[in-house]
Design a protein around this ligand. Structure first.
Ligand SMILES: [Zn+2]
Length: 401
C-alpha cells in the first residue's frame, strides 16, 4: 500500500544540494511504498496514492542515525555523575562499576533495560542505532550482550576492548589475547563491527599497539573496524583508524594537525559526541576545524551510564550548534547522513527515492528548531503502521475529509 505524506512545510532530503547539502524542499510531499521512499517533490505535483497523510505544515527529515551507543548495561552511576559535578576528574575507571552490575543481571533484566532505552531513542526521532558490547568483558558476558543487541539492531559492535577489567589488570597481554581469541570467536557471529577504546591517557584503556592487535584480529574474523580515539588526550587512535580503513573514529576531542589531515584524506568519518563533554564538563571537540578541513563529521549520543546517559539526538544537535560552532544545517546533516556514513549505510540518512522510509517529523516548521528550541520534545518517528495496520501517529490516525 502506498502512502502520500503531504503538508510538509520543509523537507530535508539530504540529496547534497543547497544549504549544508540538506536538499531542502518547501511545501513538499513524499510517497512511501513498501517501506521505501518512492517519490519526492512539490506537494502540488504529488502523484495519487492509496492513502494520504497530511502533516499540516510540519518539518520532515530523515530519522536520526545514532552511530555510537552503549545500551546493554545494568547499574546506576548517578552518584559518580554527582561527584564529577563537584570537581573530580574522569579517567575511565567507572566502567568497572557497570561491568559488575551487568554481569550480575539476568538476560530479561538486560533485555528490558535495552528495550526501554530503544523506546526513548525512537520517541525522539532516532531510526537506526548502533549498539556496543563492552560491559561484560568475559567471553560469555560479551557474547550475551551482542546476542541481546542483535534483537534490536543489525548494527552491533564487539567492544571487548572497552577497558581491561579489574581481574585482568595484572596481565594486560593475557587480556588482549582473550579478546582476540576466544572472546572474538564467541562474539563475531553476533557482531558487524569491532571497536576498541584506544586511549593511552587512561590506565584502563588500550595503547595504540594493543588497539592495532585487537582491530586486526577483528578484521581477520570478518568484522569492520571503528575506534574510540583521542577523547582524553592526544594519541594514536585517529592515525590507526585511518590506516586500517575504519568506518569512523569517535570522540576526536584532541587532534593534531596531522590527525586532521589524515582524516580529510580518508574515508573515515569523525564522529563527535558532545553529550560526553556536556556531561563531563570537558572542552568540546573543534567541529569547525574538521569541517573546514573537509572531514566528514557525524554526531551521535554515546549513550552510556558513565559519561553521557542521554538517548537524545536533538540534544546532541543543540549542543553541536551552541557549543561546537556547527550551523543548524551542518548539525542535522551530521546527525542523519553523517551517521549513515559512519555505519557505511546507503539506505538510511536521506529521503530520496530508494531510501528506507525512516521519517522523522518535527512539531515545528523547520529543522532549525531542533537547536533553536533545546530541550523541547519536537521530534518523533512517523509511524505509518504495517500495510494500513494500526499506527500510533496522531497525524496518520486523524480522519481525512
Ligand atoms: Zn563510547
Amino acid at each position: 500500500m502506498s502512502t502520500l505524506v503531504t503538508g510538509i512545510a520543509e523537507l530535508v532530503t539530504n540529496d547534497g544540494e543547497g544549504e549544508g547539502g540538506l536538499g531542502l524542499r518547501r511545501e513538499a510531499a513524499l510517497v512511501v511504498d513498501a517501506g521505501v521512499v518512492a517519490w519526492v517533490g512539490a506537494a502540488r505535483e504529488a502523484p495519487a496514492a492509496d492513502r494520504v497523510v497530511d502533516l499540516g505544515g510540519r518539518a520532515v527529515l530523515p530519522a536520526f542515525v545514532d552511530s555510537h551507543a552503549h545500551l546493554v548495561f545494568d547499574g546506576d552511576r548517578a552518584a559518580e555523575f554527582t561527584a564529577r559535578m563537584t570537581g573530580q576528574r574522569y579517567d575511565g575507571g567507572g566502567i568497572a562499576t557497570t561491568m559488575a552490575a551487568t554481569r550480575a543481571a539476568s538476560d530479561d533484566t538486560l533485555r528490558n533495560l535495552l528495550a526501554q532505552r530503544m523506546r526513548e531513542m525512537r520517541s525522539q526521532g532516532t531510526g537506526t542505532v548502533e549498539v556496543k558490547s563492552g560491559y561484560g568483558l568475559t567471553v560469555e558476558d560479551e557474547a550475551r550482550a551482542l546476542r541481546l543487541a542483535r534483537e534490536v539492531t543489525p548494527e552491533t559492535t564487539f567492544l571487548g576492548a572497552h577497558v581491561v577489567p579489574p581481574e585482568a589488570r595484572g596481565d594486560r597481554t593475557a587480556y588482549v589475547e582473550l579478546v582476540t581469541g576466544p572472546m572474538l570467536a564467541a562474539c563475531a557471529p553476533h557482531a558487524r563491527w569491532i571497536d576498541v577504546f584506544c586511549e593511552p591517557a587512561s590506565p584502563y584503556a588500550f595503547t595504540g599497539d594493543e588497539a592495532r592487535v585487537v582491530l586486526e584480529a577483528g578484521i581477520a574474523a570478518g568484522l569492520r573496524p571503528r575506534v574510540h580515539g583521542n577523547q582524553l588526550g592526544h594519541g594514536p587512535g585517529v592515525q590507526l583508524a585511518v590506516e586500517l580503513g575504519a568506518a569512523s573514529v569517535d570522540h576526536c576531542t584532541f587532534l593534531s594537525a596531522a590527525d586532521v589531515d589524515a582524516l580529510a584524506g580518508s574515508g573515515t568519518v569523525a564522529t563527535l559526541l558532545p553529550g560526553v563533554e556536556f556531561s563531563t564538563r570537558s572542552p568540546y571537540p573543534d567541529a569547525r576545524r574538521l569541517l573546514d578541513a573537509g572531514v566528514t563529521v557525524a554526531l551521535a549520543t554515546d549513550c552510556n551510564p558513565g559519561t553521557c546517559y542521554s538517548t537524545s539526538m536533538p540534544l546532541v544537535i543543540a549542543l553541536a550548534v551552541r557549543e561546537m560552532g556547527m550551523s543548524p544545517a551542518e548539525a542535522v546533516w551530521s546527525a542523519t547522513a553523517g551517521g549513515a556514513q559512519a555505519l557505511q549505510r546507503s539506505d538510511i540518512g536521506h529521503l530520496t527515492p530508494g531510501a528506507r522510509a525512516d521519517v522523522c517529523v518535527l512539531e515545528a516548521p523547520s529543522h532549525a528548531h531542533l537547536a533553536y528550541r533545546p530541550g523541547v520534545p519536537l521530534a518523533r518517528l512517523l509511524d505509518l503502521g504495517a500495510e494500513g495496520g494500526p499506527t500510533s501517529d496522531p497525524t496518520v490516525a486523524a480522519p481525512r475529509s
